[in-house]
Design a protein around this ligand. Structure first.
Ligand code: CA
Length: 224
């Protein structure tokens, strides 16, 4: 597994990192919430070990933002606090499991394996024609060829593929990708859709992404 560790106590982060590496995993460490969020957004991890009390951005906020952006990476939250309220809040915000400090390393490993497995099994692949999107790995391919998408392009495509065959309204696309509280120019959406289209519908391929003028976009394999 490729694991992101977000933990401001350097000794704890190192301990986790060393332990996971000894078990054959790859690790990346972030020491505050902002750095963790940025890494989680820009790289693909199989799981995130996320401390709750972090400088700059709390673990709650990191989890909330990632889930708001439909980032499906399994999250195991770590905390020194152990009240029921904290557990419920963390799980409500999208954490997959919760571990209270102090914990044994074996327990962490077991929980991590469990959340990563759940992450994989609850996200079946989406397919339209020869276009396949795997929410677990965030990989997209067409006719077996991997397509490199930015996070925004990926999120737009996933939204369209989940509504396969139906027009997704412009506002719904904007909200699902940029959130409710962000002002996004209407033509920003079109600019991103153009970039996405250039990557998905290459010259000579059947067109999958279609425009419903003034209404929105949809993805569909047209009859040959
Ligand atoms: Ca901390």
């Amino acid at each position: 597994m490729n694991v992101l560790i977000v933990e401001d106590e350097k000794r704890m982060a190192e301990l986790l990192s060393t332990g996971l590496k000894e078990e054959g995993h790859t690790t990346t460490c972030a020491y505050d919430g902002e750095e963790g969020l940025s890494l989680a957004r820009n790289y693909q991890f199989d799981a995130i070990v996320l401390d709750l009390m972090l400088p700059k951005l709390s673990g709650y906020e990191v989890a909330r933002q990632l889930r708001g952006e439909h980032n499906p990476t399994p999250i195991l939250m770590l905390t020194a606090r152990d009240t029921v309220e904290d557990v419920v809040k963390g799980l409500d915000l999208g954490a997959d499991d919760y571990l209270t400090k102090p914990f044994s390393f074996d327990e962490l490993l077991a929980r991590l394996r469990a959340v990563a497995r759940r992450g994989l099994s609850t996200s079946p692949k989406l397919q339209v024609g020869d276009l396949v999107l795997d929410p677990a790995s965030r990989e997209v391919s067409r006719s077996g060829m991997l397509i490199n998408l930015t996070r925004t392009e990926y999120n737009l495509l996933e939204k369209l593929m989940r509504k396969h065959g139906h027009v997704v309204a412009r506002q719904a696309l904007i909200e699902s990708v940029w959130g409710f509280d962000r002002e996004v120019e209407e033509n920003t959406l079109d600019a991103f859709m153009r970039l996405l289209r250039n990557k998905i519908d290459r010259p000579g391929m059947a067109r999958l992404i279609h425009t419903s003028r003034g209404v929105g976009y949809y993805i569909r394999q047209e009859a040959q």
